[in-house]
Design a protein around this ligand. Structure first.
Ligand code: MN
Length: 292
């Protein structure tokens, strides 16, 4: 595998100094399976009294996939959902024709220092479902299957692996695994989907003899099993699935149509995309507007 299969993180400020490592999209690779966006935030300790809030903002044409290792956030959306997102739960929000959501620090956590660590991915929707009705699905950690293999634990968040399937419904074939790889214990991963990538959350690891640095997203050769190992216990996520085709992405909007993104931008500016009970603030469109 050439090094061009390795994507390095770019630091990105979500607002107010909330820094994330962005792995997708990248110049050399736009997507892996349906995944068009990959953000890794933390691990970080946030001082007492400082809220880390993502104010109400809209999405179309995608599903957001939120998974925490540490910390918690309060999700609210324009469907009326109020859901505390906690470590190990899988949160799949389909925007489809349009949704508005906020992600805020739970008030009861604000007065003490707290940890935050997690991943937020976006999956593009297939053409036939781009304008599907919005929905939000929370699957608790206890409801996600865990496979134990020689000290290694694999949580099947989406799709299936080693004959074990996630209960979470997706709109296209998708796989997402959280692998806690035991030290010095090789794990062979079969070619679970046409497009796959591995991301080392916290430790360097090896694919065969090749060393992959922590916080690198490495895409895998199609149809080929890989054997991974690490000197230390390592947390590695696998993402992939069937690609859904090229999409336009601008701000929080994803579509196969430039005109649809323009429409969403106008709808948000006019506050026609719905509102969240109890919320009055909202994030305006970027000043550098969309140009079709
Ligand atoms: Mn969002």
């Amino acid at each position: 595998m050439p090094d061009s299969n390795e994507l390095k993180p770019r630091l990105h400020d979500l607002g107010g100094g909330f820094m994330v490592r962005r792995l997708l999209p990248a110049a050399q690779r736009r997507s892996v399976g349906p995944f068009i966006f990959f953000d890794h935030f933390g691990p970080v300790t946030i001082p007492a009294g400082r809220a880390q809030d993502v104010l109400p903002h809209p999405h179309i044409g995608l599903s957001t996939v939120t998974y925490l290792f540490e910390g918690a956030m309060m999700h609210r959306d324009s469907l009326g959902t109020v859901q505390k997102i906690e470590p190990g739960a899988l949160n799949w929000m389909t925007a489809g024709s349009g949704i508005v959501h906020s992600e805020r620090t739970p008030p009861e956590m604000l007065q003490t220092p707290r940890r935050m660590h997690g991943l937020q991915l976006w999956a593009a929707l297939p053409l036939a479902s781009e304008e599907v009705a919005p929905s939000f699905t929370h699957t608790a950690a206890a409801d996600l299957p865990k496979i134990s293999m020689g000290g290694t634990a694999v949580r099947v968040l989406l799709g299936s692996a080693w004959g074990v399937a996630s209960p979470v419904a997706t709109l296209t074939p998708t796989v997402y695994l959280d692998i806690e790889l035991a030290a010095n214990t090789p794990l062979t991963i079969p070619p679970l989907a046409p497009e796959l990538a591995l991301y080392a959350v916290d430790q360097d690891f090896q694919i065969g003899d090749r060393i992959i640095a922590a916080q690198t997203l490495v895409t895998l050769e199609a149809g080929v099993a890989v054997t991974i190992r690490s000197e230390n216990t390592a947390r590695i996520v696998l993402i992939g699935g069937e690609p859904v085709g090229p999409r336009f992405m601008w701000w929080n909007f994803v579509s196969s149509s430039r005109e649809r993104i323009q429409q969403a931008a106008e709808d948000w500016t006019a506050q026609r995309m719905g509102s969240i009970a109890g919320e009055s603030e909202w994030i305006p469109l970027p000043e550098k507007g969309f140009r079709a």
